[in-house]
Design a binder for this molecule. Structure first.
Ligand code: PLP
Ligand code: COI
Length: 341
């Protein structure tokens, strides 16, 4: 398969239209058989559930070219399961999980020419999503839905790649207790736009959101979970029912313990203990692990000892091991890599 002539090393995190996308429609209580299409434009009712009441959910995942030239996806079964949880919370039909994985592989295979080559630093981002497509005017779930997956080649999520970020403690809340913070609903991102633009206008790369009830505990950013490293090399991640259960974070905690022999802990992390940590990173599919160098809490600067020059040493080991697994350089735990055929 001949690759497209893209400047792989310099693409950013943006949308580049690729050849084929997957689509399946839900009508009269059943999903149709689904198909690949080259049609990237949609026509839906002006009164569609997604347009009126934001009934939409999504996933984010990547396909990689391994060192030996295979194309693999990373733990797609976990994205399928999380999307099922998101669907149930927004009263949407579940797209069957085995079909989700099959559709991801099909979409990747159909866009092989856009899977960035090994070593380029870029990957193919896959965006499964589902929305209410039939008209609703009273507040209730739609009766018809569309499930789609498109693919787009991407580079690093944060400009500057792995340069440490400066983040701020946000005055806005991302998720309420018993709300929708633990699912991947479009509405969580719509309401974060003002917060992220405010952070950018104030010169910060990202927000640190706190728990909405007490504003004392660290939750996550708008698109990634936190990992902290203590001064004695323990890897800690915040435990909360209102953050997204990141697949990258769950994988990194496993890597820390099983590959690097580090102690790990998922527990409440308090704002007031941030100054005690040695390293901090943001982890997610798009972010991979992006190091944080400085956290600013209303004028009070917390400078991580790892500094603003490079990733901290434990963050770097975690990054190298995870990406090594994803790119086939380090043996993956059983079932983590699913190859396209
Ligand atoms: N938290 C939020 C709010 C996200 O949007 C994402 C991205 O998917 C993550 C965390 C990271 O999750 P994952 O590692 O599954 O991509
Ligand atoms: C991802 O990491 O896949 C996400 O969906 C996060 C988004 C902010 C790009």
């Amino acid at each position: 398969m001949e690759k497209k002539n893209l400047d792989w090393a310099n693409i950013g995190f943006g949308y580049i239209k690729t050849d084929q996308r997957y689509v399946s429609n839900y009508k009269a209580g059943v999903w149709d058989e689904g198909r690949l299409t080259d049609e990237d434009m949609l026509t839906i009712s002006e009164c569609a559930g997604v347009l009126q009441y934001a009934q939409t959910i999504f996933e984010g995942m990547k396909a990689y070219t391994t060192e030996d030239g295979r194309i693999v996806t990373f733990r797609p079964d976990l994205n399928a399961a999380r999307m099922a949880d998101s669907a149930k919370r927004l009263e949407m039909p579940v797209f069957p999980q085995e079909r989700f994985v099959e559709a991801v592989l099909k979409t990747t295979a159909a866009n092989q020419a856009y899977v960035p080559p090994f070593g380029s630093g870029a990957t193919l981002y896959l965006r499964p999503y589902m929305f209410g497509s039939s008209p609703v005017i009273g507040v209730k779930p739609a009766e018809e839905y569309q499930f789609r997956i498109f693919a787009t080649p991407v580079g690093p999520y944060f400009k500057g790649g792995v340069k440490p970020l400066t983040i701020c403690v946000s005055d806005f809340d991302r998720a309420a207790p018993h709300g929708t913070g633990h699912i991947k609903a479009g509405l969580n991102y719509a309401m974060s736009l003002h917060a992220i633009q405010t952070a950018h206008r104030n010169g910060f790369d990202e927000n640190m959101y706190l728990d909405a009830a007490t504003r004392t505990r660290v939750e996550e950013t708008g698109g990634a979970n936190f990992l902290f490293v203590t001064r004695d090399n323990k890897v800690i991640t915040p435990k909360s029912d209102s953050i997204l259960p990141s697949i990258t974070r769950r994988s990194l905690m496993y890597v820390a313990k099983e590959y690097l022999g580090l102690e790990t802990e998922e527990r409440a992390v308090y704002l007031e203990e941030l100054a005690d940590f040695a390293e901090c990173g943001l982890c997610g599919t798009a972010a991979v692990i992006s190091p944080v160098g400085k956290i600013v809490d209303h004028g009070k600067e917390i400078c991580l000892p790892s500094g603003m020059g490079d990733m901290g040493p434990i963050t770097k080991k975690l990054y190298d091991t995870l990406t090594g697994i994803q790119m086939g350089r380090i043996e993956a735990p059983k079932g983590w890599l699913v190859e396209i055929n």
